[in-house]
Each structure stands twice: as structure tokens, then as C-alpha cells.
Design a binder for this molecule. Structure first.
Ligand code: SF4
Ligand code: SF4
Length: 310
């Protein structure tokens, strides 16, 4: 693997694997709630609290204790663990879930790529200063791909997510026969509209201002003294050629070199790859735990940035 791009390629692999996992979990009963039978499936097993049998079998203090312990282990503890996932991610890895795993973030990036290839800018609305330059490609080809993305991704995501509540076999049967129940129709149409709005119209603004998982990681990452962050090597600032590749690589519109408090960094590492393309092994960015390099004042860099803009 080309070592300049290994970070980028690794990230794409984790994004695809996690996307497939989210789409396939209900199919293999790894996780889904069946609204028809009112059963929760986890790793192929029906998740039961076992409360009824506990009460009926033994009404003594031992039976009550058994029920209480079961209730804690099977109802309260799993929720506590689920609720802790994103704060924990934030404390240890910042917004890395957003940058490396989030299926929605991956689809937003795909939408960015197709828009860039088709109309020469990442956003549908306006060209930004940090839009990457692109080689002249076949706009017609990418236009067709964008159309297919629009037609296929929202309903496919709708069907996949509806599978968390209605058995995927039933959904598949309804798709192949064209005979939809209200629940399946509502699921597919509702998620399709949501996907259309978020993936096509809103994209990363959703990650910055709306997504609860993103906001939790942002908050806990921000206050954590040990969280993973992107470190800019200020000591070797003189190596910077001001090529702005790092800024153009950043789909979250962070300016990775600038001494500004920016909480939108998702630790994707694209600025590292971009700088490696310019400076090779002398790249100025790296990952670092606990460093708050991009969040502090740095006079030399401010000066350089000022000079560059004059
Ligand atoms: S600053 Fe770098 S790591 Fe952070 S989001 Fe932008 S490109 Fe990704
Ligand atoms: S990619 Fe590296 S060399 Fe280019 S502007 Fe950013 S920090 Fe400077």
C-alpha cells in the first residue's frame, strides 16, 4: 500500500465495513426489535428479562432478589453501556466515530465527492475557498452516478433501517411483490426523505449542529485532557509551503493549521494525508493524545497566515 495514502485507505475500509454492518445486522438477527412479535433479537437470541418466570417460580426474598439482579443486568446495565458509548468515544478518541465509522458521515462524503466531480464544488449551494481542485473528468458520467445515488441510496437505506423493526424477510417479500404494508411503506418513505434532506441538502452541517452522537463526542472530547486530536508541528512551521492542501482536504471546513478553537474536527486524518503528499515524511500533522495544539494561540502561525492573505 502506498504509505502516503494508507491512512485514507484504512479509513475508507472502516467506513465501508461499518456501513455493511449497520445494513446487515437486522438481516442476521444481530440486533433488531420485531414490532410484530414484540421481541428484541440480540446475536440471534430473543432478549428476555425473565421476570415472569422469576416471580412465579419463587415469591420469596430470594426470588425477588433474583428478579432484581436480572432486571439490573438485562435492562438497566445494557442501557447504561449504550448511553456511555459516545461520551467514552469523546473522552478517549474525540470525534473519531464520526470520521472513521459513522455510516451517515460516509454517505455525506460520497455525496460531496459526486457533487465535486459533477459541478466542480463540494456543496450544492456555492463554491468554497477550501473546495479541492479536481482533474477534468467526465461530468456526464458523474452526473449519471449522482442520479443513481439519489435514486438508490435513500430507499435502500430506508429498507435497511426499517429492518430494525420489521423482519427483513417480510420487507424483502413486499419489495419483490410490490405489495407494501403501511409500516414498511412509512419506514422506507420516511427514511428516504430524511436521507434525501441530510445527504443531499444538509450534509456536514447536520454533523456539526444536529447529530446527538456527534455533539456528545464533541463535548466530551473538548473537555477531556487525554482525547485524541490532530497535532500541528508548530516547531517546524517553516517547512509549511502554504499549499493549503490540508484545508482543501477538510470536508468539515476546519482550518487545521490555524490557532482557532475548532470543535468540528472528526479526526479523519485527511489533513495528515494531504500534508504527506506535499511534504512526505516531513508532514506537519500527526495524531496525538491530549495535545490541544490546534486550540491554542500561536503568534508565528497567525503572522504567517496574515502575511499570506495580504
Ligand atoms: S482537521 Fe484534519 S482530521 Fe480534522 S476533520 Fe479536518 S481533515 Fe479531518
Ligand atoms: S498541507 Fe502541509 S505544507 Fe501544505 S499548507 Fe497544510 S501544513 Fe502547510
Amino acid at each position: 500500500m502506498n504509505n502516503i495514502r494508507w491512512l485514507h485507505i484504512s479509513r475508507r475500509i472502516t467506513q465501508v465495513v461499518f456501513l455493511l454492518l449497520i445494513f446487515l445486522m437486522p438481516v442476521f438477527d444481530i440486533l433488531r426489535y420485531d414490532t410484530a412479535t414484540k421481541e428484541l433479537f440480540i446475536f440471534g437470541q430473543v432478549w428476555s428479562l425473565g421476570l415472569k418466570s422469576g416471580f412465579y417460580n419463587d415469591p420469596s426474598i430470594y426470588g425477588a432478589t433474583y428478579v432484581a439482579v436480572h432486571f439490573f443486568l438485562k435492562a438497566i446495565l445494557p442501557w447504561v453501556i449504550v448511553l456511555c458509548i459516545f461520551p467514552l468515544f469523546g473522552v478517549l478518541l474525540g470525534r473519531s466515530f464520526c470520521g472513521w465509522l459513522c455510516p451517515e458521515g460516509a454517505l455525506f462524503e460520497l455525496a460531496d465527492f459526486l457533487t465535486l466531480k459533477t459541478i466542480g464544488q463540494r456543496s450544492l449551494y456555492k463554491k468554497k475557498l477550501n473546495d479541492p481542485e479536481i482533474k477534468k473528468g467526465n461530468k456526464f458520467f458523474y452526473g449519471i452516478l449522482s442520479g443513481l445515488f439519489l435514486l438508490i441510496v435513500p430507499p435502500l437505506t430506508g429498507a435497511a433501517l426499517t429492518g430494525y423493526f420489521i423482519a427483513p424477510k417480510i420487507i424483502w417479500h413486499q419489495i419483490t411483490t410490490g405489495n407494501f404494508t403501511f409500516g414498511v411503506k412509512a419506514g422506507i418513505i420516511g427514511v428516504s426523505i430524511y436521507m434525501f434532506v441530510t445527504s443531499i441538502l444538509v450534509r456536514h452541517a447536520f454533523c456539526k449542529y444536529v447529530c446527538a452522537a456527534g455533539l456528545m463526542q464533541m463535548l466530551f472530547g473538548w473537555i477531556s485532557p487525554v482525547s485524541l486530536r490532530i497535532k500541528f508541528d508548530r516547531e517546524n512551521l517553516s517547512r509549511c509551503t502554504d499549499c493549503k492542501r490540508c484545508e482543501k482536504a477538510c470536508f468539515m471546513d476546519v482550518k487545521p493549521r490555524y490557532p482557532k478553537k475548532d470543535i468540528n474536527c472528526v479526526n479523519c486524518g485527511e489533513c495528515i494525508t494531504a500534508c504527506r503528499k506535499e511534504l512526505g515524511d516531513k508532514c506537519l500533522f500527526s495524531y496525538s493524545f491530549g495535545s490541544n495544539t490546534i486550540c491554542v494561540e500561536h503568534k508565528a502561525l497567525s503572522l504567517k497566515c496574515q502575511e499570506a492573505s495580504e
